[in-house]
Design a protein around this ligand. Structure first.
Ligand code: HMG
Ligand code: MG
Length: 304
């Protein structure tokens, strides 16, 4: 078995992690959380979302968050669903955008009030504008494996949706298991096909850990040649419009696994746990990542 010597972690905690929090997390707390994550070595990150504050009140301070980190590193991303969001991004110094769309119509309707086809029509002109400005473009493909409303998704449907964005020239596809239903077989199969179909696009795996399968799915994605992984510090997260969605796989747990496997991430585990400890009192549920629980119980006693 060959593994990469290095993988890239894309931290989604400040965005996916916080968007589902009902109680508003103060802007200065979000900024300090991001600062600590960057201090831990995170270089690619989703900072926030430019979405409707009526739909997702937690993200209403997007401009303040983004402006706090200006000028931006090239992969500090913000989520955008439409022209209005993109216009707001163009008023900042942000250099990277993540568009998002669901394979399943039912989820897409609930998430962005459009069918998947309608969303493609909204998003492709945004890709064109972003390319003209030479900005980094990722597209998050939700419900790539399962939809909470439609069940199992045919992998050809996911590949077909991806092809619209690859042809338009996006740099990265983030393939999401929105409700944590995928299993390692699904993951190996879809990622192997995507790698073959789109050899020149960055492919990223975004796993929610609802049923405890994210680690196994990451291993399956590694076997399929994937070396980019989304994760969320503290395992926070979930889409407010995906019934039953819970947190992303925890950054500290996957960083630990990669380091133990001899795979580098350029992330400092202790500093990462400092960021998790910082955000813990500001969120509504206890952090239950393995590394954080070990830290808290002071039982991480294995000699190294
Ligand atoms: P709509 O109601 O159809 O849109 O919502 P609208 O055009 O009628 O606008 C409604 C209001 O929102 C108007 O304001 C607009 O100005 C405003 P009002 O006149 O009522 O005061 N508005 C905006 N404000 C700020 N930024 C914008 C924006 N657009 C409109 N960009 C809309 C459509 C897309 C806006 C809405 O459905 C929405 O914001 N949805 C966001 C949902 C969301 O953020 N979901 C979570 C992120 S996706 C995710 O978590 C999945 C992922 O992690 C991968 C995975 O795990 O699957 C990425
Ligand atoms: Mg997500």
């Amino acid at each position: 078995m060959t593994f990469p010597t290095h993988v890239t972690i894309i931290e989604v905690g400040p965005r996916d992690g916080l968007q589902n929090e009902k109680k508003f997390v103060p802007t200065d707390v979000k900024i300090e959380f991001i600062r600590l994550l960057k201090e831990a070595g995170i270089s690619e990150i989703e900072l926030t979302s430019f979405v409707s504050p009526t739909w997702v009140p937690q993200m209403k301070d997007a401009s303040e968050i983004v402006n706090a980190f200006s000028p931006h590193a090239s992969r500090e991303m913000v989520l955008v669903p439409n022209q209005k969001g993109l216009d707001k991004v163009f008023n900042t110094t942000c250099q990277a955008v993540a568009l998002f769309i669901g394979v399943s119509d039912s989820f897409n309707q609930k998430n962005i009030n459009k069918t998947t086809k309608e969303s493609i029509e909204v998003l492709l002109p945004l890709v064109k504008q972003l390319k003209e400005k030479d900005m980094f473009i990722r597209t998050c493909i939700s419900t790539s494996f399962y939809c909470p409303y439609e069940g199992k998704i045919d992998e050809n449907k996911t590949i077909d949706l991806c092809s619209h964005f690859v042809e338009a020239g996006v740099h990265e596809l983030s393939i999401a298991d929105t409700i944590g239903m995928a299993n390692p077989r699904d993951v190996f199969s879809l990622f192997s096909k995507l790698k073959k179909a789109f050899p020149h696009v960055l492919l990223n795996a975004h796993f929610h850990d609802t049923r405890g399968m994210a680690m196994a799915n990451i291993y399956a994605a590694l076997q399929a040649g994937i070396n980019r992984f989304d994760s969320s510090a503290g395992g926070l997260g979930g889409c407010p419009f995906a019934k039953g969605a819970t947190g992303n796989v925890a950054t500290e747990d996957i960083v630990f696994m990669f380091h133990e496997m001899g795979i580098q991430t350029n992330i400092d585990e202790q500093k990462l746990l400092k960021a998790v400890s910082y955000i813990a009192p500001h969120i509504s549920r206890p952090i239950d990542s393995k590394q954080f629980l070990l830290l808290q119980s002071n039982k991480n006693i294995v000699a190294k």
